[in-house]
Design a protein around this ligand. Structure first.
Ligand SMILES: Nc1ncnc2c1ncn2[C@@H]1O[C@H](COP(=O)(O)OP(=O)(O)OP(=O)(O)O)[C@@H](O)[C@H]1O
Ligand SMILES: [Mg+2]
Length: 323
């Protein structure tokens, strides 16, 4: 699967933008109790944030990538070093404020994790413009751009619309939530991927059955300007809605779940690699599902492995009954 991609390795085929990166610190404690010192195991540091994860997965799948990331302070330096160590090409955009950290503590022999997430540092308008210039410049060489993750404070709500307009005609894939998702849906992006949970928050009602998800997705796509809306439904796989009216129902293979962390980012990386390779929407969707499901096989914050993606790919089936 990866052979064709390696032929393209001199081109930054997938550019990712992560506006709110974090240094993810993971550790483990026997027990977490209030008011006492909680002794933790030696921390593990991972570079975190949607677009960073997408770049790491796309690279594992054999695609050339470039990650554009605003970074500040010692934490920013640490993220840059971790990514360079892993061989991920990055374009850091310096910011004045320090990049955030986030903390995950696993407890005892349980699967429970306490996840502490801090707001990102404020990004000035000048710094945001510098990110936009960096991503537009990098996109000249790119098959597509992926914008993924939350927005830091100080970033105007309509940022997705201005980014996608500035990147035109390069196709843009967006994975975000809340107000940024609302902006992405009006941006003319090529593909937007909410999870069913994010879709429910968007339409302001619970979506229990698949029929309810389909109705909500059709409403959202109808009111939007995007070409493709992919709604991921965890173990259920995903439903791909196209502006043309075509709907593809893709089932995820049944697997034993080690950790669902990183499933959505791995899935988006699969879509982006599929797009960069010129695959059909159906094949792109299958690669996305295979990568998302491969991510749940790996423990903790670990993303998907390419050998798992390759072995799961034949098991991703298109449900002929549609949606
Ligand atoms: N339990 C699972 N079994 C098999 N595949 C899974 C499972 N959970 C997730 N996946 C795969 O990962 C993809 C994305 O998962 P999901 O729908 O949970 O999105 P997410 O972006 O991780 O969610 P959110 O952003 O709301 O936390 C699914 O479409 C599927 O391919
Ligand atoms: Mg997600």
């Amino acid at each position: 699967m990866t052979e064709n991609l390696r032929e393209n390795s001199d081109v930054s085929a997938i550019v990712t933008l992560t506006l709110n990166p974090a240094l993810d610190i993971s550790s483990w404690a026997e027990n977490v109790v209030p008011n006492h010192k909680v002794r933790c195991s030696a921390p593990v540091y991972d570079p975190g944030g949607g677009g960073i994860n997408v770049a790491r997965v796309a690279k594992r799948l054999g695609q050339s990538v470039l990650a554009v990331i605003p970074l500040g302070g010692g934490v920013g330096d640490r993220i840059e070093a971790l990514l360079r160590n892993e061989g991920i090409p990055i374009r850091p955009v310096p910011i004045v404020a320090e990049t955030r950290e986030s903390l995950t503590i696993g407890v005892g022999s349980t699967e429970d994790q306490f996840r502490f997430v801090f707001p990102g540092p404020e990004i000035t308008l000048g710094e945001l413009r510098a990110c936009e210039r960096a991503v537009v410049e990098a996109a000249h060489e790119a098959a597509c751009v992926v914008i993924s993750g939350s927005l830091p404070s100080g970033v105007p709500v309509g940022v997705m619309e201005s980014l996608v307009a500035a990147l035109d005609p390069v196709p843009v894939l967006v994975d975000t939530s809340g107000d940024a998702l609302v902006s992405a849906l009006q941006s003319g992006a090529f593909l937007v991927k909410p999870s069913a949970r994010e879709l429910a928050a968007l339409v302001g009602r619970e979506l229990i059955t698949e029929a309810e998800v389909v109705t909500a997705a059709r409403e959202v796509l109808g009111d939007s300007s995007v070409s493709t809306l992919v709604v991921s439904i965890g173990a259920g796989g995903a439903i791909v809605f196209q502006r043309s009216g075509e709907v593809l129902r893709l089932r995820a293979p049944a697997v034993r779940v080690a950790s669902a962390v990183g499933a959505g980012d791995s899935m988006v990386a699969g879509f982006a690699v599929g797009l960069a390779r010129g695959l059909s929407t159906q094949e792109m969707g299958r690669l996305g599902i295979a990568a998302g499901t491969a991510a749940v096989l790996t423990a903790g914050t670990e993303l998907c492995r390419s050998e798992d993606v390759e072995s799961l790919l034949p098991q991703v089936v298109l449900d002929p009954s549609g949606a």
